[in-house]
Design a protein. Structure first.
Length: 304
């Protein structure tokens, strides 16, 4: 059974102003998605999957989950206002592997309940600068988030970008101006703090990035959600890691994977490009199929 990470978007009315696109809270029994035949299997249609998902959370009335469109759930609970739970990836999986649909959806909805309850509890706690981190995401994804709420983002080569987020035990959400101001931080200070927290989270990682033996590919040994963000710790790559390599090449095919090798060997350089593309195509959460090379000016796209 494939396990899916929770995917929800939190829209903050304070940072979108009049342009924020917030859905009105929806009662769990007040849905406007197309009705389906009672008992229709979840994999039969997006509407059936949406209704099946709602039927799996009837034991969580505190979350007040409902749906006003297919494959998107929202909450009527005040502490969860603006949160949407996205079912599109689960639906894609159900289309590919119908036999796993019911079990995967049940597992996912169990995660949803736990995550939303944790988030509701977190809402009552004051925010701390120690929660700030940065994530690497496709520029298109960050642009879509920015349409709903102001975010602190910076471009990275290869149609990628980094975004400052607030990290919670079971989720993360973009840092919005209201949250940043509640911690008395400027935009520059919040990014600096996020990078410092990232460095502390991966303390000692630079010692692990050593040129692998000939014919082998190195990998940062962690499946952390923020592994790909290590590319943003440029001082470590410049001062500590790059001097060990003749030609430092890295790839981040998904957020939790960072591959590297010495591209001085042309055969190895071609190999990492092929491996990165294959890993990207097979990733549950693809990030980039590209390979990046360290230069005196920083990271750039590597072209064999």
């Amino acid at each position: 059974m494939t396990r899916f990470p929770i995917c929800f978007v939190l829209l903050i009315s304070a940072c979108g102003g009049g342009n924020a696109s917030l859905q009105s809270p929806v009662s769990p029994r007040s849905t406007s998605i197309p009705s389906t035949e009672s008992g229709a299997p979840a994999h039969s249609s997006p509407a059936a999957l949406t209704q099946r998902a709602l039927s799996m959370v009837t034991n969580a009335p505190d979350l007040q989950l409902g749906s006003s469109e297919q494959l998107v759930l929202s909450s009527g609970a005040p502490e969860l206002e603006g949160i949407e739970v996205n079912l599109h990836r689960i639906w894609s999986h159900c289309e590919r592997v119908p036999s796993e649909c019911e079990a995967s959806l049940q597992d996912y909805m169990n995660q949803v309940v736990a995550t939303l309850r944790a988030h509701a509890q977190q809402q009552s706690q004051p925010l701390s600068p120690q929660q700030l981190l940065v994530v690497m995401r496709p520029q298109a994804y960050i642009d879509s988030v920015a349409q709903q709420a102001e975010v602190d983002a910076e471009r990275f080569p290869g149609e990628l970008a980094s975004m400052v987020v607030l990290d919670f035990p079971t989720s993360a959400r973009p840092l919005d101006p209201a949250s940043r101001e509640s911690m008395s931080l400027s935009e520059q200070e919040s990014r600096a703090q996020a990078l410092a927290n990232l460095q502390a989270r991966f303390n000692g990682f630079a010692e692990l990035v050593q040129p692998p033996p000939s014919g082998q590919l190195g990998r940062v040994p962690t499946d952390d959600f923020y592994t790909s963000s290590l590319l943003l710790l440029t001082d470590r790559w410049r001062d500590t890691i790059a001097p060990r390599f003749q030609r430092l090449l890295v790839a981040v095919p998904d957020p939790m994977t960072l591959l590297f090798l010495d591209g001085a060997d042309p055969v190895a350089a071609v190999a990492i490009t092929q491996i990165a593309q294959a890993a990207y195509q097979n990733a549950e959460r693809p990030l980039s199929p590209l390979v990046f090379e360290w230069t005196a000016e920083g990271w750039r796209i590597f072209v064999p």
